[in-house]
Ligand binder design. Structure first.
Ligand SMILES: [Zn+2]
Length: 208
């Protein structure tokens, strides 16, 4: 496959994934941002402020991992965090970020520094886990509008985040990634399912 053909195929696959999440309510009010690594130096990232339910390849912008924009347009406001992840780990192939009720609330109730999950079959969706009996951890970082500050906070807790293939930003959303788009999507779907389960479990236990 030529470089252009690979870029086109990657763009189509990324758009399909973005629309899948957006059409299920994970990207209200144009929120969320998504990127795909094309090679060591280049990636595609969603433009700022576009409706993700009908995303097309024209809404994706090529960039270098160093942060140079390779086309006209305004990349997502959270681009800096995507770039920090790609620069940190050459094995990361895609980064997905969404805002859901569960990921927004679960990072706020009790102001946790991390959330723990055990007993869920769905834990096996996260690479490296093969049993519901393990205890897995999703780190929570405090929100900031300053991407450098968030990237610094992530760097300090990178080992924890790397094991989870993701982290929560308090009152904001979740970042999830993987070696390729399919695994990033599986990690994101898995974490969202686990967060929704924990949120409802707490409600049911409170109601008893
Ligand atoms: Zn966000």
């Amino acid at each position: 496959m030529t470089r252009d053909a690979a870029t086109t195929a990657g763009a189509e696959a990324l758009c399909e994934t973005v629309r899948w999440f957006a059409q299920r309510g994970y990207c209200p009010a144009t929120g969320g941002n998504f990127s795909l690594r094309l090679n060591d130096e280049r990636l595609l990232i969603t433009a700022s402020g576009v409706d993700k339910t009908a995303l097309t390849a024209a809404d994706l912008l090529p960039m270098t991992t160093a942060g140079e924009l390779l086309a006209d347009g305004k990349p997502s406001a959270e681009t800096g965090l995507h770039l920090a992840l790609y620069r940190r780990d050459a094995a990361i192939g895609a980064v997905l970020h969404v805002h859901s009720v569960a990921n927004t609330l679960m990072s706020r109730i009790g102001q946790p520094q991390q959330l723990h999950f055990e007993g869920y079959e769905m834990q096996k969706a996260i690479t490296g886990n093969d049993s519901h009996e393990a205890r897995i951890t999703l780190p929570v970082l405090d929100n900031s509008q300053d991407m450098d500050e968030l990237a610094d906070a992530l760097a300090q807790r990178y080992d924890e985040a790397a094991a989870a293939y993701g982290f929560l930003v308090r009152g904001h959303g979740i970042y999830a990634w993987g070696a390729d788009l399919a695994s990033a999507r599986r990690h994101l779907e898995g974490w969202e399912f686990l967060l929704a389960c924990e949120m409802q479990r707490r409600q049911l236990e409170n109601d008893r």
